[in-house]
Design a protein around this ligand. Structure first.
Ligand SMILES: [Zn+2]
Length: 308
């Protein structure tokens, strides 16, 4: 068993209202599909622990962490922005989602698993140092990265983000942190309308026009990400794994398919095998069309497990 599957039932209790695309059924779609394809047989399951305020404060301001925890309503919804809200279970889910990235980091760095897939929600990559937005409250993957750097003492960590939306929150927190290189691809002109001009040299941003398709996506990875990653020689690689660039997903228009997610994961694994004993931690971000999400996540996980 070389791959961890980290999730928690609490992650399905956070809801943002009827008809909201970032819904609990997303997680069930993925885990049901992994089960039916036999892929869970190759993974060790773990319950995501609650992240502590100290762990969250490595990515967010302590004041912000308290504000989110205290904003939780006892009933109904508390609106954060026009498409992001909290119900009474949101804080617990958000703490589990960030805690999953911390646990994945501990497991991988202890050598218990080589790779991990955190099947959690709410997602994280739009959450800035002091702002929740775009369905995100705590930046799960960055909480994990800072845990690797500040607690485990790693010196070079890479973050790959292939969600169709720019990971503005991750860039906000990690910009100028020379221990990290962030490589992202996102659709130009889409929410959150950022990333066109990287805020510092450790940001490798590749905006792609709508309808780019798999070939242009692969060219961008080969031309921009891989040389930067080779030069950086990461000791651990994290992935913000959003699957909303899939052609069946209405959130974006890049037109990727399952084979593109398998391909990009293979490129990342090859870098990881060369530089960091194959250590890769993947955290779910977007992906809203259940069938495409489930099949794309399975194609990605298959490569993490090494059975593709
Ligand atoms: Zn997205």
């Amino acid at each position: 068993m070389h791959t961890a599957f980290i999730t928690h039932a609490d992650c399905a209790r956070h809801k943002m209202g009827a008809g909201h695309p970032e819904c609990p059924e997303r997680l069930g779609a993925i885990s049901d599909h992994l089960l039916s394809k036999g892929l869970l047989n190759y993974m060790t399951p773990y319950d995501a622990p609650l992240a502590t305020e100290e762990q969250l404060a490595r990515a967010h301001s302590s004041l912000y962490v308290r504000e989110i925890i205290e904003a939780a309503p006892t009933e109904g919804y508390c609106q954060i922005d026009h498409d992001t809200s909290m119900n009474p279970f949101t804080v617990q889910a958000a703490l589990r989602a960030a805690g999953a990235a911390v646990l994945a980091t501990d497991l991988v760095l202890a050598g218990k698993v080589a790779t991990a897939f955190c099947c959690v929600r709410p997602p994280g990559h739009h959450a800035e140092r002091a702002a929740a937005m775009g369905f995100c409250f705590f930046n799960n993957v960055v909480v994990g990265i800072r845990h690797a750097l500040d607690v485990h003492g790693l010196q070079r960590v890479a973050l790959i983000d292939f969600d169709v939306h720019h990971g503005n929150g991750s860039e906000d927190i990690l910009s100028g942190d020379d221990r990290v290189i962030m490589c992202s691809i996102f659709e130009r002109g889409l929410y959150p309308f950022s990333g066109e001009n990287p805020t510092s040299a450790n940001m490798i941003n590749v905006p792609l026009p709508a309808r780019s398709g798999g070939d242009k996506f692969r060219d961008a990875v080969t031309g921009h990400w891989l040389p930067a990653l080779e030069a950086f020689q990461p000791q651990l690689i994290y992935i913000s794994a959003g699957f909303d660039a899939h052609r069946d997903d209405d959130m974006g228009n890049l037109g990727l398919v399952e084979a593109d997610y398998a391909w990009v994961t293979r490129q990342i694994m090859m870098i990881a095998q060369r530089h960091c004993q194959g250590r890769v931690i993947s955290c779910l971000e977007g992906g809203y069309e259940f069938g495409a999400l489930a099949r794309s996540a399975a194609a990605h996980v298959k490569v993490l497990i090494g059975v593709d």
